[in-house]
Design a protein around this ligand. Structure first.
Ligand code: GLP
Length: 254
């Protein structure tokens, strides 16, 4: 894994945008994430798009996950979040923005169709990821199969509590979701995981320096051939080898 430690959340967003911009200008298949952490990255990409530096015209987007049973008009549906915070502000064809369907009559069948749509698009070239405080990626909670594909999951109470800040009350947070699996995520060409803030420091330390384990779903990045972890100093604060990771960045082979 490449570990990039940045001075600030803004710098994390700039680094992530630098990577995504390259894939976007090539008309790539982009895996997009929700949560608050990617918002600065999306704002940076929107700014660059308006400045004429990046186009998403030939791109396809696949979101990681969605709540089950939340109408897509709901402002916290991930359909709305991806559209409102990112895709509606750039030049991608809306028909090329794919979000898992949490409202299907047959959710398992919809999950299988989503998985096939990714395959039909040629696979995801770059997948942006956040990380939950318990080490989840997408909505793959602890004990998720490391080879899982898109499916329905039940949220951990910690995740429900963490996400309650986006809703009026804890009771409004759906407990069922659909999410790309850890196996789906493994198939992407490059993984870019971003994390900021001290509340993510434990999860980041488990991801980078803990064992490969379903107990920390994000640890699957350890067995991906091209995984990039971009964190700020606060999120890096529990890494034992942080000085080494900085040394590597300062001494990249030409
Ligand atoms: C949600 C999303 C994840 C995200 C996580 C962290 O549960 N499903 O994809 O990584 O929250 O969110 P935040 O970036 O707001 O801390």
């Amino acid at each position: 894994m490449e570990i990039i430690v940045c001075d600030s959340p803004h710098d994390v967003a700039v680094q992530a945008a630098d990577i995504l911009q390259g894939y976007a200008n090539d008309g790539g298949v982009l895996g997009v994430a929700t949560g608050s952490t990617p918002l600065l990255t999306y704002q940076e990409l929107i700014r660059r798009h308006k400045a004429g530096e990046v186009s998403f015209a030939g791109c396809t987007m696949f979101a990681l996950d969605e709540y089950v049973g939340l109408p897509i008009e709901h402002e916290q549906s991930y359909y709305r979040v991806i559209h409102d915070e990112f895709s509606d502000h750039v030049d991608i064809d809306p028909a090329d923005v794919h979000i898992p369907n949490g409202l299907a009559d047959d959710v398992p069948a919809a999950c299988a169709e989503y998985e096939q749509a990714i395959v039909d698009a040629g696979g995801i070239d770059v997948q942006l990821l956040g990380i939950g405080t318990n080490g989840h990626v997408g909505f793959n909670e602890p004990a998720s199969s490391l080879s899982s594909l898109t499916r329905m999951k039940t949220l951990h109470p910690q995740t429900v509590a963490d996400n309650a800040r986006f809703f009026n009350s804890l009771d409004e947070v759906p407990i069922h979701v659909v999410t790309q699996g850890l196996g789906t995520i493994q198939r992407a060409g490059q993984l870019v995981l971003i994390a900021t803030g001290e509340h993510k420091a434990h999860a980041v330390s488990q991801l980078v320096e803990g064992p490969l384990s379903a107990a920390c779903p994000a640890s699957v990045l350890q067995i991906h051939p091209h995984a990039t972890v971009i964190v700020d100093e606060a999120a890096a604060s529990r890494l034992n080898n942080v000085d080494y990771y900085k040394f590597i960045q300062q001494n990249k082979p030409q």
